[in-house]
Design a protein around this ligand. Structure first.
Ligand code: AMP
Ligand code: GLY
Length: 416
């Protein structure tokens, strides 16, 4: 069996690793991958959808798993399906649940799915006049994809006017910000859940929790995610409501709108004093949540993928280890700013944790850290504390100039 994973980050590295553990013993290829992934898996550069299709046919690839939202939202899954290639990932029209926050919000409002109140604007003056109606803080979001940079929490009216002007007048996020959403600010604590779905039936995973801010104590700028852990026991009491009031209605509504969601749906939740509410949907596994969920899978990941493709999720027996996983990202010195600083990575001893690689390069037989999230170190333990201790012990064995990571992943108290 041959499996092709599309993507180039630590998330895709962990997806390849989950396939490697399969009892089907697949041969796993990652495209494009990165030099860190290439230490363990074959990687291949495929430029276009046609190149990926040709590769799958010539190499008799049995299954393609698409990791990131970009190729999904450009229609890669549709392209491969049209050529009878087995693929895990939603259609382009279903990815609108992530690529247009307006689409996702409308779907939620029309189906009474609990989420923050919102209004949407394309005109600067209209948006600014509406500010009279809102009590600050409010949340201002760009409609389109913005790689985690499209959400602004604004505490004052002046701040809001500036953000609205940046998006609608100055085009700071390009087309993604041509439409904005103004949202009620929700307080509570956040958790992520994934629904494995064939478009009709679904099974939910264990809960995970991301840590988005750059510094300990949730301080500093938002990032793509600095670390995560799973499971989140405090979230379990909400599972029934989340499945019945959020996941089920969302999947049903997607089907009824003519864009059934077939793949893995990410549900970002705020647990508020009045129950769980949707913060956002994504059309794919989360990064770094994925790196904590997949290592705890007991069910064969190939069986999960086959149930999505074959429409048999209703019969899927989803089992998890009775353990915890903690993932901590080591990031470059300027992250989340873009930087071109490249520096060698050294290891003082062998690591027992998984090292899932992100923004790395390879030169003169040396692995180098680039700019961004460099490596997601992940450990599994009998408890969250044991997993934390293992991860932080192993992080002491890695060094690159400017290396930064949070020391408090998994320590947050999930209280209102
Ligand atoms: P998003 O990209 O939509 O997940 O938003 C990024 C982060 O902004 C979330 O993880 C939350 O921490 C925060 N956020 C987004 N929407 C809201 C909201 N309505 N109320 C409070 N915080 C929010
Ligand atoms: N961890 C958040 C995301 O993948 O979007």
């Amino acid at each position: 069996m041959k499996i092709l994973v599309i993507g180039s980050g630590a998330r895709e590295h962990s997806i390849a690793e989950a396939f490697r553990r399969s009892l089907y013993q697949p041969y796993v290829i990652v495209s494009p991958g990165n030099p860190g992934i290439a230490r363990e898996f074959e990687t291949v550069e495929l430029e276009s959808f046609e190149d990926i299709e040709d590769y799958c046919i010539i190499e008799s690839v049995d299954l393609v798993f698409i990791g990131p939202e970009k190729p999904l939202s450009e229609g890669l899954a549709d392209h491969l399906r049209a050529h009878n290639i087995h693929v895990v990932g939603p259609s382009k029209s279903a990815t609108r649940i992530e690529s247009s926050k307006f689409f996702a919000k409308q779907l939620m409002m029309q189906n009474n799915i609990p989420t923050a109140r919102f209004e949407s604007y394309t005109d600067f003056d209209d948006a600014v006049s509406s500010l009279e109606k809102w009590n600050h803080p409010i949340v201002i979001k760009a409609d389109g994809l913005a790689a985690g940079k499209g959400v602004f929490i604004s505490n004052t009216k002046d701040d809001s006017v500036r953000v609205i002007s940046d998006l609608l007048q100055k085009g700071s996020l390009g087309e993604s910000g041509n439409r904005i959403l103004i949202e009620e600010y929700l307080s509570g604590w956040e958790t992520s859940l994934f629904a494995i779905t064939d478009g009709v039936n679904f099974k939910t995973t264990i809960f995970s929790q991301d840590h988005k801010q750059l510094f300990d104590g949730d301080q500093g700028p938002n990032t793509g995610g600095m670390g995560a852990y799973a499971p989140v026991p405090e979230a379990e009491i909400y599972r029934h409501d989340i499945e019945n009031l959020i996941v089920g209605p969302t999947i049903k509504a997607m089907g009824e709108s003519g864009c059934p969601f077939q793949g893995i749906l990410y549900i970002g939740l705020m647990i508020t004093a009045s129950g769980p509410k949707v913060i956002e949907f994504n059309c794919r596994l989360g990064d770094p949540e994925c790196q904590t969920i997949l290592p705890l899978l007991e069910t064969d990941f190939v069986d999960i993928c086959n149930s999505i493709i074959g429409g048999t999720v209703a019969d899927l027996d989803l089992k998890w280890m009775n353990k915890s996983a903690v993932c901590v990202y080591a990031v470059s010195r300027d992250y989340p700013k873009n930087s071109n600083f490249i520096t060698p990575i050294t290891f003082s001893a062998h690591m027992d944790s998984f090292a899932f690689y992100g923004a790395v390069h390879f030169q003169n037989n040396e692995l180098l850290a680039g700019g961004g999230r460099i490596m997601a170190i992940t450990s599994v333990g009998l408890s969250k504390n044991e997993a934390r201790n293992k991860v932080y012990h192993d992080l002491n064995k890695v060094f690159f100039e400017g290396m930064h990571y949070r020391r408090d992943i998994g320590l947050r108290e999930n209280k209102f």
